[in-house]
Design a protein around this ligand. Structure first.
Ligand code: HEM
Ligand code: HEM
Length: 124
């Protein structure tokens, strides 16, 4: 079974490949209109998830709590919702703005949960 740190590190490299492919497509087409989608996919998908993975690996992959499970799934749901909404909005579908708003709140909630996990596990 994959550990929580392994899950985040694996997810991070998948998001990195997707984000870089998008960057190469933007660069080669000279169409940078999806820049915010690329930036958030890479920074939340690759950078943030890799940091989560490194943190959980540093913890020694303790038993996965309900809080950690919530952090895991909300991180993905928020990121995917945000990327889909941003992609649609920067393709001209303004009606997707509510999804961007809701998914940003999910991303924020996931980070707050991560904050609680960090504070609980970094005493002393
Ligand atoms: C194959 C790799 C990559 C390619 C081809 C690529 C390509 C691009 C392009 C074409 C832009 C638009 C620039 C503009 O319009 O000013 C951009 C923006 C951006 N990229 Fe990438 N990128 C790549 C990887 C990365 C990585 C690894 C990161 C972060 C770890 C990253 C973070 C960003 C950010 C934050 C922006 C927005 C910059 C701004 O606000 O001006 N990119 N990228
Ligand atoms: C709740 C989550 C977030 C929301 C709602 C949000 C929203 C925004 C907005 C509205 C912009 C301006 C876009 C524009 O002017 O076209 C922006 C830009 C940017 N954000 Fe975020 N952001 C979030 C999370 C993050 C995180 C976690 C990172 C980095 C780890 C990040 C990195 C950036 C960067 C580098 C830019 C400039 C690139 C660009 O213009 O697309 N954001 N963000």
């Amino acid at each position: 079974m994959t550990t929580l740190s392994g899950h985040f590190l694996r997810a991070a490299v998948i998001y990195a490949v997707l984000g870089m492919a998008m960057g190469i497509h933007m660069a080669s087409s000279h169409d940078h209109s999806q820049m915010p989608t690329h930036a958030h996919l890479i920074l939340l998908g690759w950078v943030s998830m890799a940091l989560y993975g490194v943190f959980y690996r540093g913890l020694g992959d303790v038993a996965v709590s309900k809080l950690m499970l919530a952090h895991k799934w909300l991180s993905h749901i928020g990121l995917i919702g945000m990327v889909v909404a941003l992609y649609a909005m920067f393709s001209g579908v303004a009606a997707m703005e509510p999804l961007a708003g809701i998914s940003s709140l999910v991303v924020l909630l996931a980070m707050v949960l991560f904050g609680v996990i960090v504070f609980k596990n970094t005493e002393g």
